[in-house]
Write a protein that binds this ligand. Structure first.
Ligand SMILES: Cc1cc2nc3c(=O)[nH]c(=O)nc-3n(C[C@H](O)[C@H](O)[C@H](O)COP(=O)(O)O)c2cc1C
Length: 456
């Protein structure tokens, strides 16, 4: 069997015991587990939390497993700075999974009437959220009926009954497209949702880009070994990791919807109720003594997990528009800075146009020269102020694919205006002006120690 969540937690206990914390006192799943994490985050700590006694539930709960790039790097066996290269390599050279007959996730099998989502912890994350519990770390597997490819992505599930949930699938994302294909044929979409994942399974599920690339292969490459899968009980063509903690198998009906939310999201806002399709759970299988995993919405790992996938995809898109793109960085929700070694002054606009279409989570794009460090907000804003003229270098692109999770968006499908700023210095201005500078040799020749000691 390939490495699983339990093995990663053991590794963390051995290698970085300060990054995993056991909470043995009884906690409420309503707001309290989030509050404990939020309080730690206020003191700049983001450990994994294992809750041993969750009110109303027999299962242990683990949260914030992927709450830092350092932990994702530990899982991948590399340094945090090497993660983007590891990610790019995994996208290029996937390692196919292997299918085995049985696995620990089948230790307990509940089918039909025996399915009961009420056995899971009733997690409610923020004060203005719906009172219904959510499953937030579920990786949804579905097969595209046309290509036969399996897609993985993470989707919030609002538990709405013993064996039903709402499932939020953003418009235009692969799972939504697959669902629309089944619906067009009048069919339900079979899905399997697995919970309790090694960090690299969750990370791999955030792959965004070509629908031809199957996430199970990306995960295998990140792990450095093929992922062991078992066939689903109700739909054998769908497979799930043999060592997941929990699997919910079932189907999403073509047209039925229910009221879902409000739900506080990664943006820091809950944007109200929406209608989402309904997931009917036909089978529930889990390990003995299962560990339920969640992602506290809007906190550490929710913000950490999607970064590599979005930045890599945006880098590919931006490079196709202008080969001199050096880096792309997410600097705030829906906001990207692109570092460009410019060959001509039309390139920034080409990059902005391409990115505005390519991803619903890219709403504003600032293009800067290579001497700007995208991780320093002052430098980026200085480039906007000093390199751009607002009536020439700022573009407003109406009606592009965005997200209804953006509190300013009033389109249910997430149609959104986008903003592009060319904060590179125009070539004619670059020839006419000079950055303040001093000769390095002169700076080197000054010995501060002796200068400050006795003025010599
Ligand atoms: C913790 C977490 C929760 C997420 N919740 C949702 C969700 O509820 N709905 C959704 O459409 N995407 C959600 N996403 C984003 C998708 O999983 C992500 O965009 C994924 O890459 C989409 O896959 P695709 O590019 O193959 O369509 C979530 C991501 C994370 C990390």
């Amino acid at each position: 069997l390939s490495a699983d969540l339990r093995q990663f937690l053991d590794l963390l206990r051995r290698e970085r015991p300060r990054e995993i914390f056991d909470v043995r006192r009884r906690v409420s799943p309503r707001l309290e587990t989030t509050a404990i994490l939020a309080k730690l985050e206020r003191s700049y700590r983001s450990p994994v939390l294992v809750f041993h006694d969750v009110e109303g539930c027999d299962w242990k709960l683990v949260t914030n497993v992927c709450g830092s790039m350092g932990r994702l790097a530990l899982a991948a066996g590399c340094g945090a700075a090497e993660l983007p290269a590891r990610w790019a390599e995994a996208c290029l050279r996937p390692v196919e999974p292997v299918v085995i007959g049985d696995g620990p996730v089948r230790e307990v099998v509940l089918e039909g009437e025996a399915v009961d989502l009420g056995r899971l912890p009733s997690l409610v994350y923020h004060e203005h959220d719906a009172a219904a519990p959510y499953v937030t770390a579920g990786v949804v597997a579905a097969r595209d009926p046309e290509s036969g490819k399996t897609n993985l992505s993470v989707h919030r599930l609002m538990v709405s009954g013993r064996n039903t949930t709402g499932i939020y699938m953003a418009a235009g994302k692969h799972l939504d497209r697959i669902h629309r294909r089944y619906a067009a044929a009048g069919e339900s979409m079979p899905v399997a949702v697995f919970v309790g994942s090694h960090p690299l399974w969750l990370l791999g599920a955030t792959y965004t880009g070509s629908a031809e690339r199957e996430e199970y292969g990306v995960i295998g490459a990140l792990c450095g070994e093929p992922l062991s899968l078992v066939p689903c009980l109700t739909v054998p063509e769908l497979r799930v990791p043999a060592a997941a903690e929990l699997v919910l198998e079932g189907r999403v009906a073509p047209h039925a919807t229910l009221d879902e939310g409000p739900f506080g999201e990664f943006t820091g806002y809950a944007t109200g109720r929406m209608r989402t399709p309904v997931f009917e759970v036909l089978a529930m299988t889990h390990r003995r003594d299962p560990l339920f995993q969640d992602v506290a919405s809007g906190h550490g790992e929710h913000l950490t997990l999607p970064v590599l996938g979005i930045e890599h995809h945006a880098l590919e898109v931006a490079r196709a528009a202008a080969p001199g793109v050096r880096a792309v960085k997410i600097v705030a929700p829906l906001s990207l800075v692109v570092v460009l070694e410019k060959r001509d002054d039309r390139e920034p606009r080409r990059i902005v146009d391409a990115l505005a279409e390519a991803d619903i989570y890219t709403k504003q794009v600032i293009v800067v020269d290579p001497d700007v460090d995208p991780s320093r907000p002052r430098d980026v804003l200085a480039a906007v102020a000093l390199h751009a003229q607002a009536d020439r270098d700022v573009w407003i692109l109406p009606d592009r694919p965005g997200t209804p999770l953006d509190p300013s968006c009033d389109s249910r499908e997430g149609r959104s205006a986008k903003l592009g700023i060319d904060a590179t210095l125009g070539s004619d201005r670059a020839a006419a002006v000079r950055r303040n500078s001093l000769p390095e040799e002169l700076l080197d020749s000054i010995d501060l120690k002796s200068l400050l000691r006795d003025g010599s």
